[in-house]
Write a protein that binds this ligand. Sequence first.
Ligand SMILES: Cc1cc2nc3c(=O)[nH]c(=O)nc-3n(C[C@H](O)[C@H](O)[C@H](O)COP(=O)(O)OP(=O)(O)OC[C@H]3O[C@@H](n4cnc5c(N)ncnc54)[C@H](O)[C@@H]3O)c2cc1C
Length: 387
Amino acid sequence: MSPAAARAAAFASARRSARQALASSRRASAAARPASSASSPVARATAEDALERIRVEYAPLPAVVDPEAAMRADAPLLYPALGTNVVWHDTLTYGDVDGALARADGVLRERFTIQRYASTPLETFGAIAEYDAGTDAFEFWTNDQRPGLTISILAASLGVPQSRIRLHCPDIGGAFGNKRRPAYLLVCALLARAAAWTGGIANQNRGTLGGNIVNASPAADSLPALLAYEAELVLVSVRGERRVPYKDFHTGYKKTKLAPDELIRTVCLARRFSGYVAYARKVGARSAQAISKVCIAALGRRTGGGVEDVRIALGSVAPVPLRLAETERLVTGKPIDPFLLALARKTAIAEIQPIDDIRSTSRYRATVVGNLIAEFLEKLRADEYHP
Ligand SMILES: Cc1cc2nc3c(=O)[nH]c(=O)nc-3n(C[C@H](O)[C@H](O)[C@H](O)COP(=O)(O)OP(=O)(O)OC[C@H]3O[C@@H](n4cnc5c(N)ncnc54)[C@H](O)[C@@H]3O)c2cc1C
C-alpha cells in the first residue's frame, strides 16, 4: 500500500470510528467517551495524522442540573438504562412524630436544604476482627463513623443477630470525611472466622496467613476466602518483588509458584465489596482442631430480580482450593428459586473432584457441597440488606 493510500485508509477508518462514537454519544449525556480509535494496520504516525483531521460534532442534550427537576417524570435521563434519575429514596421515621407534633407547644415548619458534598477522610481507616466460635460472635475494633448502621449491615451480611456483634469505636479524632466501610469489616470478619477454625488456640496464636498459604494444603481454611476476594500476593526476594494473583499461586497438590528464595510479603484484598452478602463455613468433625472435610467462602450481591457477581470458593474438594466458575455463571442474573437451587447443587458437584480419605468420603463431600451452595444461595435470596 502506498503512503497516500495508507493515509487515506487510516483516515477513513478513523472517521468511521468517530461517526460510530458520535452516534452512541448522542444518547450518552454527560458521559462522553473518547471519540475514536484507528485500528487499521498502518504506521502509528499515519494514524495520528489522520486523527488530527477528525472533527467531532457534539449535539447538545437537554441538561438536568437541579435535583428536584431531575426527579420529575419528564426529566431527561442521565443514564437511560436505569430508567430514573433517582438513585435512592427513603423515608426514615422514628417514634410517634404526629403525636409529638400534636402535643408540642409550638411547631416550626421549615424546609432545609443541604449543600452537595463529597467527603474524603484525612485519616486512614482501620479494622480488626475477632471471631469466637463458641458463641458465634464477632468483635470488631474500628474507627467506623456510623456504628449504629454498620452493626445492622454486618449482622445482615454475616447472618447473625445483632446481639452477636460487638463494635468498638475508639476515639476517632475529627470527622473529616466519611469513615464508613462495612465492606472492610466484612473482609476482616470472613478471615477472622476462617482463622478461628484453623487448628486450636496454640496454632492460632502462632500460625500466620502466609504459612497457611505456603503450607499449600487443599483443606486450608483461609484459602477459599482469598479466592472469593480475588486476593493478590506480593512475593519478595533479593531479586525484587512480583505480584501474583492468588488464584494462580497453587499449581497442583502441595505445589506453589513460590521460588525457593521467595517470601510472601503481603496479601492484598480488593476494596469493593460493600453491600455483598458474605458466607463462610467449615464442615469438620468439630469446629476447630480438625482438618476440614469441606470449607467454603462465598460472596454475592443481590440485584432487583436475581444476584450478580457471585463468587463461590471451596477447600478440600480438589487438589487445590477451587472456585466454582460454572456454578457462578449459572446463578448470575437469575432469580433464586427451587429449580435454580437444584441445578446449582448439580453443577457444583460436577465441578469438584473430592476424594475418599481418612476424614471423609467423596460422596459425603459432594453432598455437603450441594447443601452449602444451597444454603449460601438461600441466604443471598433472604438477605434484606441493600447498600
Ligand atoms: C495441630 C495442627 C492443626 C492444624 N489445623 C489446621 C486447620 O484446622 N486448618 C488449617 O487451615 N490449617 C491447620 N493447620 C495448619 C497450620 O496451622 C496452618 O497452615 C498455619 O496457618 C501455618 O502457619 P505458620 O505461620 O505456622 O506456618 P509454618 O508452619 O511456619 O510454615 C508453613 C510453610 O510455609 C512457609 N512460610 C511461612 N510463612 C511464609 C511466608 N510469609 N512466605 C513464604 N513462605 C512462608 C514455611 O517456610 C513453611 O514451609 C494445623 C496445623 C497443626 C500443627
